[in-house]
Design a protein around this ligand. Structure first.
Ligand SMILES: [Zn+2]
Length: 140
């Protein structure tokens, strides 16, 4: 199955370079920021596929305030990915209507899970909300 057009797994036009490490996708960057450990971050940065980075992030020993920080991390990465002039921003600007990260992995915070169990609870869709904000407020 082709991944969602706005998936965090999609390669960036140019990697995010942060504290000397280079992250090829938003997913790599987001997962790495969970950890305070530079060695662990560098291992995540080097993962060949974003799915690997996600799995490593799941096992990261979290920075103490991760739940407060994570939205800022995502916002930073998305602003970078969807900066004016990028191929991603072109696609975002062409996408009309609501943007919802529909998933089947019970993520009702960043997206909206469509499985039997979650179907009746609305997801917060924070990822979609951020993308629509960038598009509609013409964030630069
Ligand atoms: Zn679910």
């Amino acid at each position: 199955m082709t991944e969602w057009i706005f998936s965090n797994f999609r390669p960036l036009d140019k990697p995010i370079v942060y504290e000397g490490l280079s992250y090829p996708t938003v997913e790599h960057f987001y997962q790495a920021m969970k950890s305070p450990n530079p060695t662990y971050r560098s291992m995540i940065a080097a993962c060949p596929f974003p799915g690997h980075a996600k799995m490593m992030g799941r096992h990261a020993k979290l920075i103490p305030n991760w739940n407060q920080v994570k939205k800022r991390v995502m916002w930073y990465a998305l602003r970078y990915k969807f900066a004016p002039g990028t191929t991603h921003r072109e696609k975002l600007d062409r996408a009309t209507g609501p943007i919802v990260e529909r998933n089947m992995w019970h993520d009702n915070e960043w997206g909206d899970c469509q499985c039997h169990k979650c179907r009746n609870k609305p997801g917060k869709n924070l990822l979609g909300q951020m993308l629509m904000y960038i598009r509609d407020k013409e964030i630069t």
